[in-house]
Ligand binder design. Structure first.
Ligand SMILES: Cc1cc2nc3c(=O)[nH]c(=O)nc-3n(C[C@H](O)[C@H](O)[C@H](O)COP(=O)(O)O)c2cc1C
Ligand SMILES: CC(C)CC(=O)C(=O)O
Length: 345
C-alpha cells in the first residue's frame, strides 16, 4: 500500500499529523530486501476471480462469527506495534474505529497504551503475545488481558528472533523514543520488561499456555501445513496464516500462496485466518474463496491512523467493507460462505 508521504502528509486535513520519516520506515518496512513484503501484494495481484452468474444472490450479508463474537465483516485489525508513533490517539484511537465498524482489533503486545484503556472503548479485543520464556510473567500478561475483556489470545510464533529490518538499521531506530512505553509489558510491580524473543521455545510452551488459560488461542505466523496439523493436535483454536507482513523471514512464502495447503491440512477443524498484503475487497474475496474465515489488515490501518486518527482508520475499514460487498455481488455471492476455491484462478 502506498505510504503516506509528500502531499499525503499535509497538515491541513482533519486529525492529520505529519509522520516522522523514521517512524514511517518502521511501519512500512520489511526484513532484508523486502522480497516477501512485496510478494504478499504481488501474489494477490496474480489471483483472478472467476465470477458465477445468475445465482439470485440478492443483498449481501457480510456478518461473520469468530469464537462467539459477531462481526459485521470478515476483516479484522492485525496487531501492530507503537500506534502512538502514528498518531497521538494511539491504540485507543484504533480501537474506537474498530468499535464503530463492528470488528475485532488484535492489540499488539507492543502497544503504547494499557489494554484497560483500549478495552474501555468497547471494542472487541483479542490480545497478541510473543511467547515469553518467563512463563510467570507471561501468565500475568494473559491474565491482565483476560481481566480487561480480551476474548482471545493471538500467539505470534514466527519470531524466534527479530527480523533484520534494514530501514530501521539505517536510521538507527531500535526502540521507542522517550515518553513512550510498551504499557502491557509491566510486571505485577509495574516495572517495564523488554519483549523477549526466544529461539528455544517449542510446542511444550504452547501446551502449558493452553493449560493456563480458558481463552481461545490462535497461532499467528503459520505457513507450513504440517505446523497447521500440529497446532490442531496441540489444542489450538485458530490459525493465522502470516509472514508478519514480510518483517521476519525475507524470502518466506507469500501468505495467499501458503493458504490452500494450510486450509487442506486443517480440514475445517478450526478457523484459518490470513494477513499480509490484503489491500482491496478483491483480495478479501480471494482469501475467503481459498478457505480463509477472515482476514486481517496491518499497514492500511496504520496509514489510516496516521492520516486521520480514529476517523482515518474508520475510512480504511469502511472502504474495505464497501469493496468487499461490491466484489461479492460481482462474483455472484451473497455471503462469504457462498464463495468456493474454484472461483480463483
Ligand atoms: C509496523 C508493524 C508492526 C507490527 N507489530 C506486530 C506485533 O507487535 N505483533 C505481531 O504479531 N505482528 C506485528 N506485525 C505484523 C502484523 O500483525 C501483520 O502480520 C502484518 O502487518 C500483515 O501484513 P500487512 O501489513 O501487509 O497487512 C506488525 C506489522 C507492522 C507493519
Ligand atoms: C516492536 C516489535 C516487537 C514489533 C514489530 O515491529 C513487529 O512485530 O513487526
Amino acid at each position: 500500500m502506498t505510504e503516506p508521504d509528500g502531499a499525503a502528509n499535509r497538515a491541513d486535513l482533519p486529525g492529520r499529523v505529519a509522520l516522522n520519516p523514521v517512524h514511517r520506515d518502521f511501519f512500512a518496512g520489511g526484513a532484508g530486501e523486502e522480497r516477501t513484503l512485496r510478494r504478499n501484494e504481488e501474489a494477490f495481484a496474480q489471483r483472478w476471480i472467476v465470477p458465477r452468474v445468475l445465482r439470485g444472490a440478492g443483498a449481501r450479508d457480510l456478518r461473520t462469527t469468530l469464537f462467539g463474537t459477531d462481526l459485521t465483516m470478515p476483516v479484522l485489525i492485525a496487531p501492530t506495534a507503537f500506534h502512538r508513533l502514528a498518531h497521538p490517539a494511539g491504540e485507543v484511537g484504533t480501537a474506537r474505529a474498530a468499535a464503530a465498524a463492528g470488528t475485532i482489533m488484535v492489540l499488539s503486545m507492543a502497544a503504547t497504551q494499557p489494554v484497560e484503556d483500549v478495552a474501555a472503548t468497547g471494542a472487541h479485543l483479542w490480545m497478541q503475545v510473543y511467547p515469553q520464556p518467563d512463563e510467570d510473567f507471561q501468565r500475568h500478561v494473559v491474565k491482565r488481558a483476560g481481566a480487561a475483556g480480551c476474548r482471545a489470545l493471538v500467539v505470534t510464533v514466527d519470531s524466534p528472533v527479530l527480523g533484520r529490518r534494514e530501514r530501521d538499521r539505517r536510521h538507527g531506530f531500535r526502540d521507542l523514543p522517550a515518553g513512550f512505553a510498551c504499557e502491557n509489558m509491566r510486571d505485577a510491580d509495574g516495572r517495564l520488561r523488554d519483549i523477549a524473543m526466544d529461539p528455544a521455545l517449542s510446542w511444550e510452551h504452547i501446551d502449558r499456555l493452553r493449560a493456563s488459560t480458558g481463552l481461545p488461542i490462535l497461532l499467528k505466523g503459520i505457513l507450513h501445513p504440517q505446523d497447521a496439523r500440529l497446532a490442531v493436535e496441540h489444542g489450538v483454536d485458530g490459525l493465522i496464516v502470516s509472514n508478519h507482513g514480510g518483517r521476519q523471514l525475507d524470502g518466506a512464502l507469500a501468505t495467499v500462496d501458503a493458504l490452500p495447503a494450510v486450509v487442506r491440512a486443517v480440514d475445517n477443524r478450526i478457523p484459518v485466518l490470513l494477513d499480509g498484503g490484503v489491500r482491496r475487497g478483491a483480495d478479501v474475496v480471494v482469501a475467503l474463496a481459498l478457505g480463509a474465515t477472515a482476514v486481517l489488515v496491518g499497514r492500511p490501518v496504520i496509514w489510516g491512523l496516521a492520516a486521520g486518527g480514529p476517523g482515518g482508520v474508520r475510512d480504511v475499514l469502511e472502504t474495505l467493507r464497501d469493496e468487499l460487498d461490491h466484489t461479492l455481488a460481482l462474483a455472484g455471492a451473497r455471503r462469504p460462505a457462498d464463495l468456493s476455491a474454484d472461483q480463483v484462478a
